[in-house]
Design a protein around this ligand. Structure first.
Ligand SMILES: Nc1nc2c(c(=O)[nH]1)N[C@H]1C(S)=C(S)[C@@H](COP(=O)(O)O)O[C@H]1N2
Ligand SMILES: [Mo]
Length: 393
């Protein structure tokens, strides 16, 4: 892959998309299904430039790994390079380091120990369209997430080669894209030095065994396991080691959440202490059934789906066949590591009438999904217990 690395992005949004539409379950939720973006096919179009593309939910029923061509896409700034010469590309490491580095992708692939991890990449604003009261921002359904096998190297190993100086406090990441105006703040995110050196944060050069799709960050991106993907910086070409906390716009002003475990406030509440978003919360979803689906009374019904623990593994997934009155432990599928989606399944025998199935995950730290939706003005961190209402005939 090294010498011939090239991403191409010839016609963002230029081609026609199919007439097919999907209705997400909120006002204004009509989405075209598009094939118009390079290396993407059958994704929901939310915005063209910069691209916001959502994974259609039925994809999550097909396996615990989300295919690259249907993996969601989110960018903040419109000038994304449409071709990257992978051989000429360099990752620069500078700032409070003893040795500045300028590394080719080939050097990253051959001079550091390779590691692999299955991890969920979830946008902070996943499910924002379901917020009530509604909030501004990308109106995602539940498909601004995906699970992939990431191959790359440890950020810690790269930082060790650069040798951080004693006064380093944060590590800031930047990618190749820019805004339309020179005054638009470049998209940059940072991690505290201890987190950056925890040995889990990765620089990935492959996703599900393939080079990263251009729109998912070709040729390299950051993987911050268990944290919302705003930190998973794409087309990563610059690492700046800072001696002060990062006060750039995207850390100090954007992506702030109320300082409590669910990022929760009452609509209209004032004087809330806000902090940068960080760890993910547990979530679980039914993937093989949808609202208003008709099923047969008295016949065994398999209900299955996916769940993840957020910043740690899953302890259990429980399912209620009666809108939350009684709960049954679901059978969990293979464990692919604490940051991965995990399958779950139960068998039910429905009785005639409407039937509301609820699913609730608890992670290994004991954090459980709330029965009542959490809310905040940014539309972040939604993780309410999901309901699916069937008609049993
Ligand atoms: N360079 C760059 N990296 C970025 C972003 C961006 O705008 N630019 N957006 C972040 C956010 S908010 C999300 S949700 C994820 C989306 O990752 P994906 O497009 O691979 O699904 O990328 C993150 N990394
Ligand atoms: Mo995001």
């Amino acid at each position: 892959m090294a010498g011939g690395l090239a991403g191409s992005l010839t016609s963002i949004g230029a081609a026609a998309w199919s007439a097919e539409q999907v209705d997400l379950p909120f006002a204004g939720g009509q989405r075209d299904v598009t094939d118009a973006f390079p290396q993407k096919r059958g994704v929901l179009l939310l915005r063209t430039r910069p691209p916001l593309l959502e994974t259609p939910f039925p994809v999550f029923d097909k396996g615990i790994v989300t295919p690259n061509d249907q993996f969601f896409v989110r960018w903040h700034l419109p000038n994304i390079p449409n071709r990257i010469d992978g051989a000429a590309f360099r990752l620069n490491v500078h700032g409070a380091v003893a040795h500045e580095l300028s590394l080719s992708v080939n050097e990253l692939m051959t001079k550091f120990e390779q590691v692999q991890l299955i991890a969920v990449n979830q946008c902070s604003g996943n499910s924002r369209g379901l917020f009530s009261p509604r909030v501004a921002g990308g109106q995602w359904g539940n498909g601004a997430m995906g699970n992939a096998v990431w191959t790359g190297i440890r950020l810690r190993d790269v930082l060790a080669r650069a040798m951080l100086k004693a006064d380093a406090v944060a590590v800031r990441f930047r990618g190749l894209e820019t805004g339309v105006l020179p005054t638009t703040p470049l998209f940059m995110k940072s991690l505290q030095v201890d987190h950056a050196q925890d040995g889990e944060v990765m620089i990935a050069y492959a996703m599900n065994g393939e080079p990263l799709p251009l729109l998912n960050g070709f040729p390299i991106r950051l993987i911050v396991p268990g944290w919302y993907s705003t930190y998973w910086l794409k087309m990563l070409n610059d690492i700046d080691v800072l001696t002060q906390p990062d006060d750039n716009y995207w850390m100090a002003k954007a992506y702030l959440v109320p300082d409590n475990p669910q990022g929760n406030v009452e609509p209209g509440q004032k004087d809330v202490h806000m902090v940068p978003i960080s760890r993910m919360l547990p979530r679980s979803f039914v993937t093989n059934l949808h609202d208003d689906q008709h099923v047969r009374a008295g016949q065994a019904l398999t209900v299955r789906g996916i769940a993840f623990g957020g910043d740690t593994g899953l302890r259990e997934v429980r399912v209620s066949p009666d809108g939350g009155t009684s709960w049954h432990a679901a059978k969990l599928g293979a464990d692919h590591g604490k940051y991965s989606f995990r399958h779950w399944e139960v068998r039910l025998t429905p009785k005639a009438g409407p039937m509301t199935i609820k699913v609730k995950a608890t992670n290994s730290a004991g954090v459980t999904q709330p029965d009542v939706p959490n809310w905040n003005p940014g539309g972040y961190m939604r993780n309410v217990v999901e309901s699916t209402t069937l008609t049993v005939i």
